[in-house]
Design a protein around this ligand. Structure first.
Ligand code: HEM
Length: 514
């Protein structure tokens, strides 16, 4: 009798605990945070907890499609972020919105970004915890996610691996997968199929290139890791639709479990690669991929010099794969769209390649001479930035003029908005004008130094940007040497966000052998 009473009391206590946890996490804590943020002078659309503004964001998403080259507009902000474009009209370039119970400060103004970040060191910024949990299976504690002193240690070990001499050794790893793809295109054209979805093709090839440059795997012997990495990405980004809503991961338990399972399998495969290398490496020259360079402590001589553990190496390999292959593939994909639309630029780049590289094999040292190609790349990254936003989380109160961003506030920097802002770029902001980077190769004539952010900003700027630049030049040179590109009538212009900025319906192009 006493026992069953105690049991009922325990059950009651447990249910009360669950109820209070639910009420606190879904309403009381977020409403308290909402009041604090409002008191600090921030405005924004009214949230309804526990979903915040997610419903408006969903109802507002567009499926605008433009057909035919003359109808294609590069004014893409209202297409890819229709809710931000609408809220900008009501609240300006700075406002608070809510993903579930998580407050986000939207920043679409370069000057505010400058002031906000000027006194904050790279190691003092946080990354939104709500995304960290979400992306744990992809990045683990890799450089993109790690914070504080750990970030300093990782960054010091990793940065030298991307030195020009190391990159030079990696150039040769890129040529074979790219050539294989172009041979496939030639075969398709010969068999009477000149329409090729270049986006899919380039993404696969960029995945293979990053797997080779990161952990030395060719497609043949690394296809297992490679397929699992891709499968995990698809699983994760088809399921994370309620980010920030408490207990949302229980809405898609199967997909979350599947991502976790894949994550564990990938970790095991990468760990076995690392162990294999440790066991057979005799201390002489390590393999020239990123993993080999990170395992070899010698390149950090004179710096912090703390090497990474096997677990950390696994997370960095995954980070390079996820951070490096799709972004680079999209830079190349959007470039082919623009070159197909503006054939005069195709010709100009081909002339430059002829002058700088000639008929020789691609030589790393000569790539630096492809200046026009660099201007085209930057203009593509401005108009169609593969990384359409950057995120931070305040780890302390941050004062900007009279405003205080409270500790814990997430910050969403809208890179697409800034890259398309006529106030800092001028009236031709939505035109493809690579020459704007000819005289001002860093800022493209932008009136504000924080207005062009394809690789992020401050201490956390992309560590792989020089690798990307090299891959871009190698692959585009090989492509333009063999083929010309024009728009297929079946192309539907609908840039959209799935973590990166991508063409929603792929990029079918008509490809011709030169
Ligand atoms: C066109 C290609 C690329 C674009 C547009 C791009 C973009 C970016 C951006 C915007 C950031 C900053 C994120 C932030 O501020 O939170 C970043 C960081 C990073 N990127 Fe890239 N990236 C590219 C290629 C690569 C490649 C090829 C690699 C590696 C192989 C790479 C590895 C990383 C890493 C590790 C970080 C984190 C740096 C840190 O937090 O210290 N990226 N990238």
């Amino acid at each position: 009798m006493v026992f069953s009473m105690l049991l009922s009391l325990a059950m009651l206590g447990f249910l009360l605990y669950l109820f209070l946890t639910l009420v606190f996490s879904c309403w009381i804590i977020p409403i308290g945070a909402y009041r604090r943020i409002k008191k600090n002078g921030f405005v924004g659309p009214t949230p309804s907890f526990p979903v915040g503004n997610i419903r408006e964001m969903r109802n507002n998403s567009t499926d605008r499609v433009e057909l035919g080259s003359s109808a294609i507009s590069h004014d893409i902000h209202r297409t890819v972020f229709p809710y931000f474009a609408r809220w900008q009209k009501s609240y300006g370039k700075l406002f608070i919105y809510w993903l579930g119970t998580e407050p986000f400060l939207y920043v679409g103004e370069a000057e505010f970004l400058r002031k906000m970040s000027s006194g904050v060191l790279g190691k003092s910024w946080g990354k939104p915890r709500v995304f960290k949990k979400d992306r744990e299976p992809m990045f683990g504690s890799g450089l993109v996610m790690v914070e504080g002193d750990d970030w300093v240690r990782h960054r010091h070990v990793i940065t030298p691996a991307f030195s020009p001499s190391n990159l030079k050794a990696m150039a040769s790893l890129m040529v074979e997968p790219a050539t294989k793809m172009l041979d496939r295109w030639a075969a398709l054209i010969n068999s009477g199929k000149p329409e090729i979805d270049v986006e899919r093709e380039i993404t696969t090839t960029a995945g293979e290139i990053i797997a080779r440059t990161s952990f030395g795997l060719s497609y043949q012997n690394g296809s297992k890791v490679f397929e699992k990495l891709r499968a995990m990405q698809i699983t994760l980004f088809n399921s994370n639709r309620y980010v920030g809503v408490p207990f949302s991961k229980w809405m898609c338990p199967r997909k979350n479990l599947e991502a976790k399972r894949l994550g564990k399998e990938i970790d095991q495969l990468l760990l076995s690669i690392i162990d294999g290398r440790k066991n057979c490496w005799d201390g002489s020259s390590p393999p020239k991929d990123l993993l080999g360079l990170l395992m070899d402590g010698s390149h950090v001589a004179g710096r912090v010099g703390k090497s990474l553990t096997a677990r950390e190496l696994v997370d960095e390999c995954k980070t390079f794969f996820f951070g490096g292959h799709e972004t680079t593939a999209l830079a190349l994909t959007w470039t082919l769209l623009l070159l197909a639309m503006y054939p005069e630029w195709q010709n100009q780049l081909r002339d430059e390649i002829r002058q700088v590289i000639g008929d020789d094999e691609i030589d790393f040292a000569k790539l630096a001479g492809l200046k026009k190609m660099e201007c085209v790349m930057k203009e593509v990254l401005r108009l169609y930035s593969p990384a359409p936003n950057a995120q931070r989380q305040a780890r302390e109160d941050i004062k900007v003029d009279d405003l205080v961003i409270p500790n814990g506030t997430n910050i969403w920097i809208d890179v697409v908005a800034m890259h398309h802002d006529p106030e800092i770029w001028g009236d031709d902001v939505n035109e493809f004008q690579p020459d704007r980077f000819k005289d001002d190769h860093l800022y493209g004539g932008c009136k504000h130094k924080m207005g062009f952010l394809p690789f992020g900003f401050g201490g956390r700027m992309c560590v792989g940007r020089n690798l990307t630049m090299m891959e871009y030049k190698v692959v585009l040179t090989l492509m333009l040497n063999r083929f010309s590109f024009s728009l297929s009538p079946s192309y539907r212009h609908s840039p959209s966000i799935l973590l990166s900025l991508r063409p929603r319906y792929g990029l079918p192009l008509l490809v011709q052998t030169l």
